[in-house]
Design a protein around this ligand. Structure first.
Ligand code: B1M
Length: 217
């Protein structure tokens, strides 16, 4: 019984059916099934499968955004039950992410945040148009393992450099790995501003974070 409900949940995420994913998640809880299993084998498995398909260009971006939405909405249903049951949603590390000052693009950043969360990281998403001083204050306060900076404009990319400089000035730079991304961002740009890493897309962002934290070769 539980396996096919979890399979149905995974399918709902793969087709990006947010309402169906929420409905099945509620049914799993009502039937007293394991919400952590449902999160891992249903939601996480579903969105990672679509992520890999998107990298192979087998599905469109819209499919990935819809799956990410469905996964996020259904995980909000399952998480309170997981916490109530004392199930530890294993956290491999803490990531703060945000779109830099002057920039309101967040579709990509949200996918990156969802894929990181789906992969077992605690993600604090600061949203869009985030001032440099806010990034610095949150790094000081929350001591994340990784700070992720997203920028979609050639003009706002410069903010990624400003955040790194500000972290240095405040003596916080060495305590956190900084990764950057967004359509105009490149590996060369990342190196030139002293970032610890760059990722071209959300799936590679997860691999990069795992690598930087020594979780995976
Ligand atoms: Co605007 N926009 N936009 N836009 N927009 C672009 C970026 C642009 C390239 C379109 C164009 O002219 N060709 C252009 C920027 C040109 C430049 O500077 N290089 C542009 C412009 C000019 C503008 C405005 C200035 C337009 C105007 O008002 N005159 C304005 C600026 C607003 C502002 O930010 N201050 C503007 C506004 C908008 C909307 C708000 C309407 C909307 C954003 C909606 C939203 O995000 N909620 C929008 C959109 C949708 C786009 C395009 C069409 C699509 C961007 C997108 O979501 N791509 C875009 C054209 C384009 O890029 N093709 C364009 C899909 C998304 C999944 O990809 O964000 O690259 P992306 O994320 C990927 C990777 O980059 C990576 O993984 C993600 C998923 O795999 N990644 C990371 C992203 N962040 C990462 C962080 C990481 C690691 C990887 O680590 C931290």
């Amino acid at each position: 019984m539980s396996t096919n409900l979890i399979e149905k949940l995974k399918e709902a995420v793969i087709v990006g059916d947010r309402d169906e994913a929420i409905k099945i998640s509620r049914e799993i809880i009502d039937k007293g099934l394991d919400p952590l299993e449902a999160l891992k084998r249903g939601l996480v498995a579903g969105v990672l499968e679509v992520g890999e398909k998107w990298v192979r260009e087998e599905v469109f971006l819209a499919d990935l955004v819809m799956s990410a939405e469905a996964m996020k909405a259904a995980s909000e249903v399952l998480k309170p039950e997981i916490i109530k049951r004392g199930g530890v949603v294993k956290k491999f590390g803490k990531v703060i992410i945000g779109t830099v000052a002057g920039d309101i693009h967040d579709i990509g950043k949200n996918i990156v945040a969802t894929m990181l969360e789906a992969s077992g990281f605690e993600v604090i998403d600061l949203g869009v148009d985030v001032p440099t001083e806010t990034f610095v204050e949150k790094v000081r306060e929350l001591k994340p393992d990784v700070l992720g900076l997203s920028a979609l404009l050639t003009t706002t990319m410069l903010e990624q450099k400003n955040v790194i400089e500000a972290l240095k000035r405040e003596g916080l730079r060495d305590g956190v790995k900084v990764i950057v991304g967004g359509a105009p961002v490149t590996e060369e740009w990342a190196k030139s501003i002293g970032a610890d890493g760059y990722a071209e897309d959300a799936v590679r962002a997860v691999r990069l974070v795992k690598k930087l934290l020594g979780l995976e070769g």
